[in-house]
Design a protein around this ligand. Structure first.
Ligand SMILES: *Cc1c(COP(=O)(O)O)cnc(C)c1O
Length: 399
């Protein structure tokens, strides 16, 4: 019997899945390391790595082994009971982040929602903001997830339109502009929610000194600095956290994506005892948050990051990536941005979608964003010669 074809499978998803995505015409059947194979056996080098959820490559042997060990023990107990992976996971993740406490969730959006609740509750109970008056500052171009509250402060019309009524209590200021943030700060501001590098917006790196300035403004106004490192964290930029490039320690780290090892959704809020200490039993939770399988995989991710080898690889290969991208023909490329193994390439006239389609035809997977930009976030384990081959394909594709 002949197996299903890409065309047949795409017709099925076209007919029976909601069209909330517009995937490239590639149907993946298998993957290992930095490479994926489609149902016809064509191979693709994955330069997107599921928006950094696959930082360690597809099916990293250490992560698969950790998952398999745990599958043979216990996978889910709910938080009604403790289990032997939970305490160690929380302690090890807190230590990796130089923090004290962890509140585990599943998806990134849930970690963001948890941070919003934390900042409000902390604002009322610790800072002394009058009831229902808390304000959280976010930034133009932000991406923090897809819940109704999170899209309430999105500035992306596609992400936001038709989902009102919107949640109040947010103020949005331009990204990268310290005086705009300073002007928005007051006693009612309990949190500043920031991506240290804006991923979805096209890998926007703020000006030098900006994150340190945000830290200072938060400290002087008694607001929590909430760093959404769901995409930028865990090695992507050449350090464990992107905030470290400016020596900044936020009050809360939001982690997700790579924390699940490319196997399952695992997210967390990581913070101090003073801040996460605001929660009492029954005030917040998640059936699957902190489950044994998630914790076992997360612990292996943390162990892999604790040696620094992946971060170093990201820094070294990232420098090489940016050197090659900056040598692309000037007439074709308007701007190259990024840090470590993470880049946004903005084209002068080509659409990002067109470039991604040409790349896919050449065996390279990448993702467009905002019209003329493509995002590159190869797995941190990518071989240098594979990366070079993919960049050769990019050169040819935009010729
Ligand atoms: C992906 C992402 C999220 C949302 O994560 P989900 O797991 O898709 O809910 C939030 N913040 C940032 C910065 C992200 O990149």
């Amino acid at each position: 019997m002949v197996g299903p074809t890409s065309t047949g499978l795409r017709a099925l998803s076209d007919a029976h899945s909601a069209h909330n995505y517009h995937p490239l015409p590639v149907v993946i059947a298998e993957a290992e390391g930095a490479w994926a194979t489609d149902v016809e056996g064509r191979r693709y080098l994955d330069l997107l790595a599921a928006y950094s959820a696959i930082n360690f490559g597809h099916r990293h042997p250490r992560l698969i082994a950790a998952a398999q060990r745990q599958l043979g023990r216990v996978t889910l107990v709910s938080r009604a009971f403790d289990h032997d992976q939970f305490g160690p996971f929380c302690a090890e993740l807190a230590a990796l982040a130089g923090m004290e406490m962890v509140l585990p969730m599943n998806t990134g959006a849930e970690a963001v929602e948890t941070a919003i609740k934390t900042a409000r509750k902390w604002g009322y109970e610790v800072k002394g903001v009058p009831a229902d008056q808390a304000v959280i500052v976010a930034f133009e171009g932000n991406f923090h997830g897809r819940t109704t509250t999170i899209v309430s402060f999105s500035t992306d019309e596609q992400a936001r339109a038709s989902y009102g009524p919107y949640t109040p209590g947010f103020r949005v200021v331009p990204y990268g502009d310290l005086s705009a943030l300073a002007a928005a700060m007051n006693q009612r501001v309990t949190g500043v929610l920031i991506e240290p590098i804006q991923g979805e917006a096209g890998v926007i790196v703020p000006p030098p000194g900006y994150l340190a300035g945000v830290r200072e403004l938060c400290t002087s106004h008694g607001a929590l600095m909430i760093a959404d490192e769901i995409q930028s964290g865990l090695g992507r930029t050449g350090t464990t956290f992107a905030c470290q490039h400016e020596g900044v320690q936020p009050d809360m780290y939001l982690l997700g994506k790579a924390l699940g090892g490319g196997i399952m959704p695992v997210s967390a809020v990581v913070s101090s005892r003073e801040i996460l200490g605001v929660f009492r039993p029954g005030q917040h939770g998640s059936t699957f948050g902190g489950n044994p399988l998630a914790c076992a995989i997360g612990r292996e991710v943390i162990a892999m990051l604790s040696t620094g080898e992946f971060q170093e690889r990201s820094a070294i290969l990232g420098a090489h990536l940016h050197e090659r991208l900056s040598a692309l023909p000037r007439h074709a490329v308007r701007e190259v941005r990024g840090r470590g193994l993470w880049a946004g390439v903005e084209f002068a006239s080509l659409s990002g979608r067109e470039v991604c389609e040409r790349l896919a035809a050449r065996g390279v997977l990448a993702k467009d964003t905002h019209g003329t930009t493509i995002r590159l976030a190869p797995p941190l384990i990518i071989a240098e010669h594979d990366l070079d081959w993919a960049l050769d394909q990019l050169e040819e594709a935009i010729r």
